[in-house]
Design a binder for this molecule. Structure first.
Ligand SMILES: [Zn+2]
Length: 191
């Protein structure tokens, strides 16, 4: 049932995830969760022109799947790795500001991370969390909807979006997200 409702991206060559820095492929892979709640472990990878395919196995249920990435933006770019280090620096600084209760300082940093690597679900999730902490509920909605789209199996993303819908008075939508979060957590506990 969960699988029918939640769309996992990047499973096929014609749905490859665009990456804008090295080694974002592995960040994407390691931030996704299997339907059982398990973590993905990268096995092998192969190049297909400008596409890269990573074969991964779930550490929980041992299911295997492919993750396809489109490297067009970075393949000929010698600065791709430096850009990733910059991205990591901005992201870490943003999380530190959330931690120290300075959401207003985290928001511009995490917005920058999400703009640079739009498929980075955790960037959208923490941006949404910072916006919620800063009482920017309207702004948080698209951030958290994006986070749920990119991290469909992550219960924290569904909980965050549920909190946002609740703050906006969208109680039905909120209940659906909370229910999804509970079901995702039950899967983890069952496995
Ligand atoms: Zn699994």
């Amino acid at each position: 049932m969960l699988n029918v409702l939640l769309v996992e991206r990047g499973a096929r060559a014609d749905d490859a995830i665009p990456v804008a820095s090295w080694p974002f492929c592995l960040v994407y892979l390691h931030t996704q969760r299997c339907a059982c709640g398990g973590n993905w472990h990268a096995l092998t990878h192969s190049l297909h022109g400008r596409l890269e395919c990573h074969r991964a196995i779930c550490e929980g249920c041992k299911t295997e799947r492919d993750f396809w990435f489109d490297l067009s933006l970075v393949v000929d770019d010698p600065n791709g790795f430096a850009r990733f280090e910059e991205l990591r620096g901005l992201f870490t600084e943003g999380l530190d500001y959330i931690e120290s209760g300075e959401a207003f300082r985290a928001i511009p940093l995490l917005s920058e991370v999400a703009a640079r690597e739009p498929w980075f679900g955790l960037a959208w999730l923490h941006l949404g969390i910072a916006q919620m902490l800063g009482e920017q509920h309207l702004e948080a909605r698209p951030s958290l909807e994006q986070a749920v789209g990119l991290l469909p199996m992550d219960s924290t993303a569904h909980d965050g979006l549920g909190d946002c819908y609740l703050a906006l008075g969208l109680n039905h939508r909120a209940a659906r997200e909370f229910e999804m979060a509970v079901r995702l957590r039950e899967r983890v506990e069952d496995s």
